[in-house]
Design a protein around this ligand. Structure first.
Ligand SMILES: [Zn+2]
Length: 196
């Protein structure tokens, strides 16, 4: 069963289905139902580029009343999840959106993914590195950027984890560069092309 959630015209989460709850529990997601319901979706999407993408997508669906489906990745430390997000009109007041997330296939992560996700988890609990916000600043080059959409890394070009390690074998040796999320040019182009 696919996970799905319903957004009201102001992008607040007003319903999630049973599969969504099961997925959140299985993945120990911080955003369990009680904390999600009634909240603005934008509370959960910190990255501005990704927010922009979702806003464009939602605007498009509301304006055309046509469903749009986009592929994306939702990885865990051990599995690569190839997913599709379908956004269409939902039941409720005008502008209600039904977002359905479908798992297309899963593949095992390369072992190096464990190091990457461990580094990301550490970042999440380290207040100092958490505050890195100025991507245009002089430290921009020190950040390791992960594409929020396809989960590739920007290491001498955008590539999967194994390839990144081939290019920089010491990538995940301590201290790991601070990690941030962005959107790679390929994903940006593909997504916006779909929305044209
Ligand atoms: Zn990407």
């Amino acid at each position: 069963m696919n996970t799905s959630y319903l957004l009201d015209p102001s992008d607040r989460v007003v319903a999630v289905n049973a599969a969504w709850i099961a997925f959140a529990e299985a993945n120990e997601a911080p955003s369990l139902p009680g904390r999600v319901m009634g909240q603005s979706l934008w509370t959960f999407i910190a990255n501005r580029t990704v927010q922009e993408l979702y806003r464009t997508l939602f605007h498009r669906v509301r304006a055309t009343e046509h469903q749009v489906t986009l592929p994306f990745r939702c990885d865990s430390p051990v599995v690569q999840r190839f997913m599709a997000l379908a956004v269409g009109l939902g039941e409720g007041p005008q502008g209600t959106l039904n977002c359905q997330v479908q798992l297309l296939r899963e593949e095992a992560q390369p072992p190096a993914a464990l190091s990457l996700y461990a580094a990301m988890a550490r970042r999440a609990i380290t207040p100092r590195s958490e505050s890195i916000g100025n991507l245009g600043g002089e430290h921009a080059g020190d950040l390791l950027v992960v594409c929020s959409w396809c989960k590739r890394l920007e290491v001498e070009g955008w590539c999967e984890i194994d390839e990144a390690l081939g290019r920089q074998p010491l990538l995940f040796t301590e201290p790991v560069r601070p990690i941030t999320h962005g959107l790679c040019p390929e994903c940006a182009l593909a997504v916006y092309a779909e929305l044209e």
